[in-house]
Write a new protein. Structure first.
Length: 231
């Protein structure tokens, strides 16, 4: 017996199978897509909290196995550009004008205010690298997705603090006025998740110094964090 609103069993089964296939396809597409924890700075749209990608600077081949991240502040972009040297990048982040430079220990630009020299940052000598610069602002308790990079990740925090748990079972604490490095392992990758700790909004500028042949970040589905930063 059939009527308006009724469906033949074969039709119902076909619709169910079709829906299952659609859901499975969507799940597969999601699993293969890169994490969206960070967004281009152009998509900020006035939001105060988040992870914002500012610029990716190709550095070419690095001849040394250890480099340093030099951070200097300037009153204007013009002055920072005039002081910029090899492998230097002028960046506007956290309401300031910065000159970020990848170089050797002890390097200094002209003028400006020296904020920090962070290193040594270990890389593969002879490989081509790109510096992905960004800023991160998070409320206490915020957690990043677990992720990995084809190279080391480095932070300089101006306010608040955070805890990073790495895949080798270690924790790292980033505090205001300090630099922090998570080096790449023997395979050239670093894997981690971050938790904003303390009671103050965390504000950091950060760098992923990654092998140019790879995207700057990737999923880390085969690793389950132990929650060490919440203990």
């Amino acid at each position: 017996m059939s009527g308006y609103g009724a469906s033949h069993p074969t039709v119902v089964a076909t619709r169910i199978c079709f829906c299952v296939l659609l859901l499975a396809s969507a799940a597969c597409a999601f699993a293969q897509s890169p994490p969206r924890g960070c967004f281009p700075i152009g998509e900020r749209a006035g939001r105060d909290v988040g992870c914002w990608l500012i610029v990716a600077e190709p550095l070419g081949r690095l001849s040394q196995a250890a480099v340093f991240w030099h951070l200097d502040r300037y009153p204007s972009r013009t002055e920072a550009e005039q002081a910029r040297g090899p492998r230097g990048t002028v960046v506007e982040a956290l309401g300031q004008i910065w000159l970020f430079t990848i170089g050797e220990a002890g390097w200094r630009p002209r003028g400006g205010v020296r904020v920090a020299e962070i290193g040594p940052i270990m890389v593969k000598a002879g490989e081509e690298y790109t510096a992905q610069y960004a800023e991160g602002i998070s409320n206490p308790g915020d957690v990043t997705p677990k992720h990995q990079h084809p190279g080391p990740e480095v932070w300089y925090t101006t306010a608040g603090e955070f805890c990073a748990e790495s895949a080798d079972g270690k924790t790292y604490i980033g505090r205001a006025g300090q630099g922090l490095i998570i080096q790449a392992d023997a395979t050239g990758w670093s894997m981690m998740t971050l938790v904003a700790t303390g009671t103050e909004v965390r504000r950091s500028v950060w760098l992923v110094l990654h092998q140019a042949a790879h995207h700057w970040t990737a999923r880390a589905d085969d690793w389950t964090p132990k929650g060490l930063c919440s203990r």
